[in-house]
Design a binder for this molecule. Structure first.
Ligand SMILES: [Fe+2]
Length: 370
């Protein structure tokens, strides 16, 4: 008889459905009258930001903070924290892609923290935060809306690491697939492949449980089915719902089971080559599937059933359909030693189903760079 895994992490409340973003501000009101609304450029362009702010009652004070773009950095986090502290924020909400969600989540987690953000990025444990975080993703994606993790880059030290604490989990997640309509096809493609990679890695992780397996496999099915359709037409309502919900489930799976060597490689490669995280994951996924195949055992067959095709064949097909090409193939490996060292030190690599050695990372890099 299976028992419950020893620890489970889920967001407190999840609201889904077309139009559900209208509930964002009313949900935040429960936490206080003063709050931050963190967003990206697309929310301004689509007119959604004005709509959300206009829906706030007169006695509610919401300060909108726009993420400048790119991967979230410690400098940007300092700016957001000083704006949030200056405003006396009682809650922090984010409507945006993975970067927007991650920086807002870190701000909620560190708003009351006594030390500079870099200290926590360098490994100092975070104390429980009392500042509620509310997340509405506009990409499907990183699954950040379902996790207690925020991935941040120290652009001075050139390091990309995560900070984590259960109190960083959203108090409320809003999954409104209409928000995907502002997402360009290239972002649908790379974010969707990140979600698929996360679902596969969580499923095959050495920390996987029966519960995370159920969630991860459902995510694989939903993302695989919906991603090519949404890439062609992001306003297809059934496929957009499935992609957004599949991505959310992949986030829950990774939050409870961790990941694998693809994500172990993705951070050191991403920070050195400045490529979108989803593209990096996509091109590392094929060599990793081949590398892990024997160690996956029956799980490889289960993946084949969920994908309705051999996993390597299906991922190859998806990369072609989504027009994702490798930014690394034929390039020189910059700072090979650093990449290997960081890949081997990564918690994701430690969760990989097959033990990863220095020679294994060398061999994977050889395949990725050609
Ligand atoms: Fe990822």
């Amino acid at each position: 008889m299976e028992t419950l895994p020893k620890s489970l992490l889920f967001p407190l409340q999840t609201i889904s459905g077309v139009g559900s973003v209208a509930q964002l501000i009313p949900e935040c009101l429960v936490f206080g009258r003063r709050g931050m609304l963190v967003h990206g450029r697309s929310l301004v362009r689509s007119g959604m930001l004005s709509k959300l702010l206009a829906a706030a009652p007169d006695d509610q004070s919401i300060c909108a903070w726009r993420h400048p773009g790119g991967e979230p950095t410690l400098d940007q986090l300092e700016d957001l924290l000083s704006a949030a502290r200056g405003h006396g924020a009682e809650w922090i909400a984010a409507v945006g892609g993975g970067s927007v969600l991650d920086i807002a989540k870190a701000a909620a987690g560190l708003l009351e923290a006594p030390l500079p953000v870099q200290v926590y990025h360098d490994g100092e444990p975070i104390e429980a935060s009392t500042i509620p975080f509310v997340a509405a993703p506009t990409t499907a994606g990183t699954g950040s809306e379902a996790t207690s993790v925020s991935v941040l880059t120290n652009s001075v030290a050139c390091t990309k690491r995560s900070i984590r604490h259960p109190s960083l989990l959203p108090r409320c997640v809003i999954l409104d697939s209409e928000l995907l309509q502002s997402c360009p096809p290239s972002v649908i493609a790379s974010a969707g492949m990140d979600a698929l990679t996360q679902a596969i890695e969580a499923f095959t992780s050495r920390h996987a449980t029966w519960l995370s397996d159920v969630v991860a496999l459902k995510a694989v099915e939903m993302i695989n089915m919906a991603l090519p359709t949404v890439y062609e037409n992001s306003s297809d309502p059934t496929a957009a719902d499935a992609l957004l919900e599949g991505s959310y489930l992949a986030g829950i799976a990774l939050s409870n089971a961790r990941l694998g060597v693809v994500h172990g490689l993705a951070h050191p490669l991403g920070v050195r080559y400045h490529q979108p995280h989803g593209v990096v994951c996509s091109v590392c996924l094929l060599p990793a599937l081949n590398f892990n195949r024997a160690a996956m055992g029956e799980k490889y067959d289960a993946l084949e059933a969920a994908l309705h095709a051999d996993p390597v064949t299906r991922v190859t097909e998806l990369l072609a359909t989504l027009k994702i090409t490798s930014p690394f193939f034929g390039e020189a490996v910059v700072d090979r030693e650093g990449i290997i060292r960081e890949t081997l030190a990564s918690g994701s690599t430690a969760a990989n189903p097959r033990i990863v050695t220095e020679a294994d990372v060398e061999a994977l890099l050889l395949q990725i760079f050609g």
